[in-house]
Design a protein around this ligand. Structure first.
Ligand SMILES: Cc1cc2nc3c(=O)[nH]c(=O)nc-3n(C[C@H](O)[C@H](O)[C@H](O)COP(=O)(O)OP(=O)(O)OC[C@H]3O[C@@H](n4cnc5c(N)ncnc54)[C@H](O)[C@@H]3O)c2cc1C
Length: 418
């Protein structure tokens, strides 16, 4: 069996039908195939970074040292943001030479480290290099949320086209396509639907949502169906990104609706919902949705993350005088994370066709636990994997994308995110 070896600041593993499939969201990546007996050894840096040049390693070291220096990073961040903002201003108002120098520096350092490039062909080069190590990619073209109906259809078409391009131009190199539903549907509809669901989700209350919200909800479902159909046709499943807590229940609901249609038991699941385990209610929601998958006779597919909006969730709660929706401590989040992975693995062990999981984390302990197959919730030792029934097979990857889970791109449409 091939398992994965990775040293990474970001790592994803999918596990289905008792076999691990590991993928990473990456830009530069090395991947070393290894045998099942070899658990990921994060200390074997010589092997892990064998494909990196000294310059790349030096650049990464300096960059991470800088990123860990608040007195440097805080002013630098504002300067960089301002330079991005000024990019499109008339010359007189832009900070021209200084801005250009700053953005050039960013491009030579963080950009090169954290992204796959600006075009699909640049990503392709990364994919070829990664493939040498048995590593596959998650490729995305960043599109941010828009409360603008005229943007959703083109965004959907762009995503479907990207799936087709990936199949044609990077065959066998890409495992998933991430999707932000707020780029394809109304963010305010998600908030209204969340309020409806949090109020019990009754049919009567649904009528009170109003025609506009109902239509928007149906449009969103239709868009997701188009996307899943493209995913199925191209063989590249989609991962729905998680959003803020005041939108996530709507996303859960929409995702489960589409999973019922597209995640047919015994076949590749084409759509994964994301669970942010820093949310106090997330473990309950994972367990609820595992049960729903079993009851509904479809494959419940989940990407499990800790969550990226810790600060803004706390700020919003403070502003509204509402309880903070996240766990009070990092340890609580860690426990919930490992318990969710454990619950998913347990379900997969009990009934391999009923669930699929992507372990999306930079956390070494979680990766080690998940790889052992016992992420804290009683799943037994990993059984001998059967040969993969899905397109993904055994993929092992590591990469070095660090920092925030998502790099928010200043210019939608200009950057390919890996
Ligand atoms: C492939 C991939 C896809 C992703 N997709 C999404 C997505 O769709 N939506 C999204 O929001 N994020 C997404 N992320 C980002 C993800 O949420 C962050 O990578 C993650 O939060 C960082 O945590 P970690 O698991 O890597 O581990 P760690 O570095 O061990 O954990 C850091 C995390 O712990 C939590 N935490 C830290 N301090 C506290 C505290 N005091 N109390 C409670 N919790 C705390 C926070 O969630 C923090 O981000 C994705 C990441 C990856 C790798």
């Amino acid at each position: 069996m091939t398992t994965q070896l990775m040293t990474t600041t970001q790592f994803m593993m999918t596990r289905r039908l008792g076999r691990p499939i590991q993928v990473a969201k990456m830009r530069c990546c090395h991947m070393h195939s290894t045998s099942k007996e070899m658990m990921p050894d994060f200390d074997r840096t010589q092997k892990i970074f064998a494909n990196k040049s000294s310059w790349e390693l030096l650049r990464a070291t300096v960059m991470f040292r800088c990123a860990a220096t608040p007195w440097l990073m805080n002013p630098a961040r504002s300067l960089i943001n301002d330079a991005f903002e000024r990019q499109h201003l008339p010359l007189a108002k832009s900070g021209a030479p200084f801005d250009r120098l700053l953005l050039w520096l960013v491009k030579q350092t963080a950009f090169r480290h954290f992204t796959g490039g600006e075009t699909l062909s640049e990503c392709h080069a990364v994919g070829v290099s990664a493939a040498k190590d048995g590593v596959k990619l998650i490729v995305d073209h960043s599109v941010e949320e828009r409360e603008d109906p005229s943007a959703w259809q083109p965004n959907l078409e762009a995503k479907c086209q990207l799936l087709r391009d990936l199949r044609e131009q990077m065959p066998g190199q890409v495992t998933f396509l991430p999707v932000k539903v707020t780029a394809l549907a109304s963010p305010s509809m998600l908030e209204d639907v969340t309020v409806w669901l949090q109020g019990g989700g009754s049919l009567a209350a649904r009528f009170r949502l109003g025609k506009k919200t109902e239509t928007s909800m149906q449009d969103c479902l239709a868009n997701l169906r188009v996307l899943c159909t493209a995913a199925r046709e191209t063989g590249i499943p989609v991962l729905l990104d998680a959003e803020q807590s005041y939108r996530q229940p709507a996303l859960d609901w929409l995702a489960m609706e589409v999973m019922k249609e597209f995640n047919v038991r015994g076949e590749t699941p084409w759509i994964y919902n994301t669970y942010q385990m820093y949310l106090s209610d997330a473990l309950d929601r994972v367990q609820r949705d595992i049960r729903a998958g079993v009851k509904g006779d479809f494959t419940f597919a989940a990407k499990v993350i800790r969550g990226a909006y810790l600060v803004t969730e706390a700020e919003r709660a403070r502003e509204l005088g509402a309880p903070v929706p996240t766990h009070p401590t990092k340890e609580d989040t860690d426990k919930a994370y490992n318990a969710a992975i454990g619950a998913m693995l347990e379900q997969i062990h009990a009934d391999p066709d009923s669930a699929a999981v992507v372990v999306a984390t930079h956390n070494r302990d979680s990766i080690t636990l998940a790889n052992r197959g016992d992420a804290g919730a009683g799943a037994g030792e990993e059984s001998s994997p059967r040969s993969p029934g899905s397109d993904h097979g055994h993929v092992r990857e590591h990469h070095h994308r660090a920092g925030a889970g998502r790099v928010q791109q200043p210019q939608a449409g200009s950057l390919w995110r890996l």
